[in-house]
Design a protein around this ligand. Sequence first.
Ligand SMILES: [Zn+2]
Length: 334
Amino acid sequence: MSEIRYDRLSDTHVIIAPERLHRPDFMTVETPIIEKAICPFCEGNEFMTPKEILAMRKPDTIANQKGWQTRVVPNLYKAVAIETPHAHHDGNFEYWEGFGAHEVIIDTPRHSVSMGEWSHEEMVLWLKTLRARVGDLRRDRRIVFISLFKNEGYDAGSTMSHCHTQLIGLPMIPKTERSLYRQKRQYFEDNHHALMEAIVRAEEESGVRMIERSGEFSAFCPYASSYPFEVMISSQQCVGQIDTLRDNHIDDLALLLYRVIEKFQKELGRFSFNLSVSTPPLSDDSYGGEAHRLMIRIIPRIYRYGGFEVSTHMMINPVAPEVAAKRLRGEIND
Ligand SMILES: [Zn+2]
């Protein structure tokens, strides 16, 4: 059973999760190539995973059988578990018992395709699956924060060659998220509009770090990017969070993601990356949600970090975001 331990020195939490050790490729040097026949995420192998929590299915197909388009199951190698008591222990060694949700979203029945090979329809179904899962978990008052992320490629920490997304719901809010949302609330209180709205407007006006627009959404390389070729997607207008997006916004967002990944592939080839969909703490309905904007970050893992980054949490980024954006727009071809 895992524990979420509190570090009194740094005011951060760490998940001590012995079950993660049993993941198939631990300590190997690259993502193992798993044959379709023994891939638990492939269509026809539904019996190899725990029972599905949700699936987008073709009409007239049965749960835990073929015919799904996206499928959500509990993570077998979980960092936290929903069956664990929702209990917090105080004292010098403060911790939460390893309570939480840890789910795997199998993005597509197709084996070993990267996100860059998805169709527009697959992108839409994936976003609708995330919308449904976050919407459902929001009703569980014990979960106060949800992290949604994809690791694609070995350098990004992926352990399965079959494309998937993970969802981790926690009983506490990680420090970086606490400070991010505090910052956004404070800005809204002082300025009566959202900080992301101001940032997206400034990026659109300047244009120098912009990559692409679709409907309400803009993709750009953030001014103070921590990582080379980091891309952020957000909007000036408040269109809700991942669980409250309307279908037309999902369509626009799917198109933008599709185009951004296509540009990445043109520039970087098949690349490892992390993608995260930011979800405000579930209890945080600041100003009716007006203080926040949907935010998606894509971080290519093309640069290794050393002691300075690990010890200070301050990144050294060798590619200026203005150059990254220009390259992604296809304006530099050397
Ligand atoms: Zn597979």
